[in-house]
Write a protein that binds this ligand. Structure first.
Ligand code: UGA
Length: 432
């Protein structure tokens, strides 16, 4: 099938590259000329394991193209995927202006039947908005359908998630267009669910909000564990054996960040209000999440007479491992809070430092974790990169001025750290 994907962010780029890998001819479109130039040179604009190799393969086989020309891409394609950003407004509502602009561009260039697919995370009713914009602005009597096909990929495992999704949701207005999209996804041989458009839009928000709820829920349980002398890792193990609960997304820590959960949870609260319903549970989930960093920094602060002049090694800046994305990353809040208290920061992240330098310029960036630990008054783990799990902790201890580790992601065994002579403060477990 001839496909174009408008927007080359995480979702758009990965979707386009994977569609090409399935044998389709794909044009990825963006209005950012610099981005498109970089992509044309075979350089991915995001860090995502496996992406570069797949991009090269499909560019060489002439199935994958990059362009700033949205009109031409629309005219050449049978299916047009909208994957542009949907940032939050100040009141939490989703800003649909990018989606609406793209819909207008599509309308101006639609010359025969097209399938327009909303891949961006958009509130219920957006399918109707896109349809109305195209209807109003199209020239001539051309037919089209608007489908909702939400994306469930996670950053860091995006290629794998797109190749092996647990489900593919197709919210279609009629059988004909549903079958067309089924055909596109058929080579993946995964479970597909066909729904109406509004239900597909809701599935996406309800899924993200539910996962965010699991995280805030377990974080509050971790708070109680800290006071009650229980161990959150054992509690989660015991809960997870119950197949109705499951162990995933119950990792207590600094809370959820990234470009999706915080904004999608806010947006769903807003949608509920719009329909005259309240969503107090979700509002509390957001509030709990917002408290995580302060609580953590307070626990750090209480271990010193003052933070002024103290040096902290910070391991991990990305909002989670295997990505260079810093959107809503807890590192920014923790570091800024420590800087306000006049502490000094030496940070290291395997891939996110270039991005971090633009947001937090006034700290020292280190070549590796050991350099960050050198002469530090404390070491802080923010992102659970695998390489931090396998550090030579004897070496770390010798390098540090004061061997105390604050672990926001519970990557070490407290007993081991105690044996090695560290003070170790983690989440939802006894301090040792
Ligand atoms: C999330 C969803 O997992 C994807 O299914 C969805 O497609 C995507 O949002 C989206 O809407 O585009 P992502 O934001 O890439 O994916 O990252 P996650 O792995 O879900 O992590 C989100 C945040 O929750 C991270 O800050 C992570 O550290 C935190 N988290 C996750 C926890 O604190 N505990 C956990 O147990 C799991």
């Amino acid at each position: 099938m001839n496909v174009c994907v408008i927007g080359t962010g995480y979702v758009g780029l990965v979707t386009g590259v994977v569609f090409a890998d399935l044998g389709n001819e794909v044009i990825c479109v963006d209005n950012d000329e610099k981005k498109i130039e970089t992509l044309k040179n075979g350089i991915p604009t995001i860090y995502e394991p496996g992406l570069e190799e797949m991009m090269h393969r499909n560019m060489q086989d002439a199935r994958l193209f990059f362009s700033t020309n949205i009109g031409e891409a629309v005219r050449k394609s049978e299916a047009i995927f909208i994957a542009v950003g949907t940032p939050p407004k100040d009141n939490g509502e989703t800003d649909l202006s990018y989606v609406e602009n793209v819909a207008r561009e599509i309308a101006l260039n639609i010359d025969r039947y097209k399938i327009i697919v909303n891949k961006s995370t958009v509130p219920i009713g957006t399918g109707d908005i896109v349809r109305e914009i195209i209807e109003k602005n199209k020239k001539g009597n051309v037919d089209f359908d608007v489908v909702s096909n939400p994306e469930f990929l996670k950053e860091g495992t995006a290629i794998n998630d797109t190749l092996y999704p647990e489900r593919i949701v197709i919210g279609a207005p009629n059988k004909h267009v549903a079958m067309k999209l089924l055909e596109l996804y058929a080579p993946l041989e995964r479970l597909m669910l066909i729904t109406d458009v509004a239900s597909a839009e809701m599935i996406k928000y309800a899924s993200n909000a539910f996962l965010a709820t699991k995280i805030s829920f377990i974080n509050v349980i971790a708070n109680i564990c800290e006071k009650a002398g229980a161990d959150i890792s054992l509690v989660v193990k015991g809960m997870g054996y119950d197949s109705r609960i499951g162990a995933s997304f119950l990792q207590a820590g600094l809370g959820f960040g990234g470009s999706c959960f915080p904004k999608d949870a806010q947006s769903l609260v807003h949608t509920a209000q719009k329909f005259g319903e309240n969503f107090n549970i979700l509002e509390e989930v957001i509030k709990e999440n917002d408290k995580r960093v302060n609580r953590f920094v307070e626990r750090i602060a209480e271990k010193y007479d003052t933070l002024e002049g103290k040096t902290f090694g910070v391991l991990g800046l990305a909002f989670k491992p295997n990505t260079d994305d810093l959107r809503e990353a807890k590192s920014i809040k923790v570091i800024n809070s420590l800087l306000e208290k006049k502490a000094k920061i030496k940070a290291y992240d395997p891939v996110a430092m270039e991005n971090a330098k633009k947001i937090i310029p006034n700290i020292t960036y280190c070549k590796n974790a050991y350099e960050a630990a050198e002469k530090a008054d404390g070491l802080i783990i923010i992102t659970e990169w695998n390489e931090f799990k396998f550090l030579n902790l004897d070496k770390v201890k010798k390098l540090m001025k004061n061997p105390i580790i604050f672990d926001g992601r519970n990557i070490y065994d407290p007993n081991k750290l105690k044996r090695l002579g560290f003070r170790y403060i983690s989440i939802g477990r006894k301090e040792v």
